[in-house]
Structure formats: structure tokens, C-alpha cells
Design a protein around this ligand. Structure first.
Ligand SMILES: [Zn+2]
Length: 267
């Protein structure tokens, strides 16, 4: 849920879906004056039944009107949700070496669902030996970005999982980059994400409370969704006990961030 400004960034906050979508006009081209950069991250995928009080308190602070929207966004910039460019294929890679047998199929199923719900194309670029940790993400804009990394690791190897409550089975962080222009407008896009799955947890591959469900939840964060209070949504801070599939609010949020909302062009 937290969006932490790294440098010169406008801190992200949770935002209503209805605030998103209005794009700037394409009139005179203002000059870029400063780069903006930030991250959105969210610990996630709590095992059913073990509700973390801190997360509950955070969810309770979300205004009622946002709770009813069925989805929230992790990062906003000047009132706009920060999105991936849904018109550019999103490359992803997996480190399944420390995961369960068949782990890649669970990841693939989750990726397929996020892609379908958001109208985006995800391209698997092959396996990775990289450890999912914070340093995987670039800290400044660059010509090329690493593929989205999803992988199993643990709190010893990954600072994403280190120190987390034992209920946490996954952690996601994404990074966005953009420019602020001389006329005060901003353009930014999410460019990279990393998903750490805790290998020390034993979960089924699919179904409620599964690796597939956790990965859907984490990829929801990677794509820009925050937690919701409604416990029936997959983006609730605690995974639903009854389903491992994306629910109506999750799907609506992904649609709001995806292809239907238009392309995101950032120089
Ligand atoms: Zn989460």
C-alpha cells in the first residue's frame, strides 16, 4: 500500500478508480524539467485465518467511498494512477529453482489471468537465476528495463521477505519513472516489478490459498492494485478462503489500469 518517493517524487497514495483515466491534452509540448521516480510496494498473500492487525488498521483508514470501489491503486501521481503502458508487451521471467514442483505452471496461470483482465500482453522470456529483492529494480529511468521477476526465495536471501510477519507469503515492489514538465504536468509509467514468494511456506499449486492465488494477488500489486477491505476480493490483505480467482473488484481495477484506459507514453 505504501508508495515511497525515492527522489523528487510525488508520493503515491491510494486513489479512487474514478480519479483515474483523465489524460492530459496533447497540445503544445512542454519541456521536461525534472525526472520523477517512485516505488509502490505491498506485502501480501497472508495465509487464511491469520489476519495481521497492522494491515487491518491500514485498510480501515481507507475512506469508505474507496472501500466500496472494489479496488484501490498503489501509486498515484497528480491524482492519476501510475500505470504500465498497456500497449507495450510486458516481459517477465521466473526463478522457480527454490519453488514447488510445477511452480512455473502456477505462475503462468496467474500471469495469463492478469493479462486477460487488463488487456495486456505478457511475454515469458525464460527462466532467471536472479533473487527477487529490492536491488533487482532500477532506481532511475533507463533505456531498457529488466523483465518482471517472479520467484521463490526466503527472508535470508531477499530483503523483500526479511523481517516480515510469518504469515506473509509474498511481497511485491514495482518502480515507476517519468517526467515533470515546465507546465506542471507529469507523465510516468510503471516500468519494472519484482515478486518474492516465500519458499518456506507450503501451499498447494492451485485453488484457494494456493501459489497461483498468491501470484495473482502479487501481480495485482505489480500491475498497480492496492489492498481492499472487502475480504472476498483477491486483493484483500488476507487471501480469501473460498477462492483463488480474481473477483469482480479485482477485475474492475485491472481493467481501469489496463488497455481500456489507453496507452501510456513516457519519453
Ligand atoms: Zn497484498
Amino acid at each position: 500500500m505504501a508508495s515511497i518517493a525515492l527522489a523528487l517524487a510525488v508520493a503515491g497514495t491510494l486513489s479512487l478508480g474514478s480519479q483515474a483515466g483523465g489524460r492530459g491534452t496533447a497540445s503544445a509540448t512542454p519541456s521536461p524539467v525534472v525526472s520523477v521516480v517512485g516505488v509502490g510496494d505491498d506485502e501480501a498473500g497472508y495465509k487464511g485465518g491469520l489476519f495481521d492487525r497492522r494491515r487491518r488498521a491500514a485498510a480501515a483508514r481507507v475512506p469508505a467511498v474507496q472501500r466500496s470501489a472494489g479496488y484501490t491503486f498503489t501509486s498515484t501521481l497528480d491524482g492519476q494512477s501510475v500505470r504500465w503502458d498497456p500497449c507495450t508487451p510486458i516481459r517477465w521471467t521466473a526463478n522457480t529453482g527454490a519453488g514447488p514442483a510445477g511452480g512455473l505452471t502456477a505462475l503462468q496461470a496467474a500471469v495469463r489471468d492478469i493479462a486477460a483482465a487488463s488487456g495486456t500482453t505478457w511475454v515469458y522470456v525464460g527462466p532467471s537465476g536472479a533473487t527477487p529483492r529490492r536491488s533487482y529494480l532500477p532506481t532511475r529511468a533507463q533505456a531498457q528495463y529488466p523483465p518482471v521477476l517472479i520467484g521463490w526465495t526466503d527472508g535470508r536471501a531477499s530483503d523483500l521477505l526479511a523481517g516480515q510477519a510469518p504469515q506473509v507469503v509474498g511481497m511485491t515492489r514495482n518502480a515507476w519513472f517519468g517526467m515533470r514538465y515546465s507546465d506542471g504536468s507529469t507523465k510516468a509509467a510503471t516500468r519494472a516489478a519484482v515478486v518474492a514468494l516465500d519458499r518456506t511456506d507450503t501451499l498447494p499449486l492451485r485453488g484457494p490459498g494456493s501459489w497461483e492465488a498468491v501470484t495473482r494477488h502479487e501481480l495485482g500489486h505489480a500491475f498497480g492494485l492496492g489492498h481492499v477491505e472487502d475480504p472476498a476480493q483477491l486483493m484483500a490483505a488476507v487471501l480469501p478462503r473460498t477462492t483463488g480467482e480474481l473477483q469482480a473488484g479485482d477485475l474492475a481495477g485491472l481493467a481501469r489500469l489496463g488497455r481500456r484506459a489507453g496507452c501510456v507514453s513516457v519519453p
